[in-house]
Design a protein around this ligand. Structure first.
Ligand code: SF4
Length: 123
């Protein structure tokens, strides 16, 4: 079965409009991309869409009570809600350093969640 999808490439601020043709769930043609990033994005988005997830978790005994975090790499889009749920109950103790692993193997994806900010311990 043939299907057409329209996407906006998120590879750079230009935001090319992509027209993707799929046959039986497989990408067979991509139009509208200016570079290879757009073609790769369209193929991934239509077969295995992934995203970096950003959020925050609570910090105990820190100068501020939360730290921003993100997945170290993309995770499948259908795991985003589970990732957010797992982060909801997490509390880390200060000090927290940028790059610290906050949660391993989030939502069973094999990807770790890391701190994107440092939080000093409360004096
Ligand atoms: S196709 Fe290339 S130029 Fe166009 S938005 Fe994507 S990354 Fe940017």
């Amino acid at each position: 079965m043939s299907e057409k999808r329209e996407l906006t490439c998120i590879g750079c601020p230009v935001g090319c409009m992509l027209e993707v043709t799929l046959e039986d769930g497989m990408v067979v043609d991509v139009k509208g991309n200016t570079c290879l990033i757009g073609k790769n994005y369209a193929e991934r988005e239509c077969t295995n869409p992934t995203r970096i997830v950003t959020s925050s978790v609570k910090v105990g005994n820190g100068e501020i009570d939360a730290v921003s975090v993100k997945t170290k790499s993309d995770i499948p889009k259908n795991k985003i809600m589970q990732c957010i749920e797992e982060l909801r109950g997490v509390v880390v103790e200060a000090p927290v350093n940028i790059g610290d692993i906050i949660l391993t193997n989030v939502a069973g994806t094999g990807v770790n969640v890391i701190a994107t900010k440092s939080i000093a311990k409360m004096n």
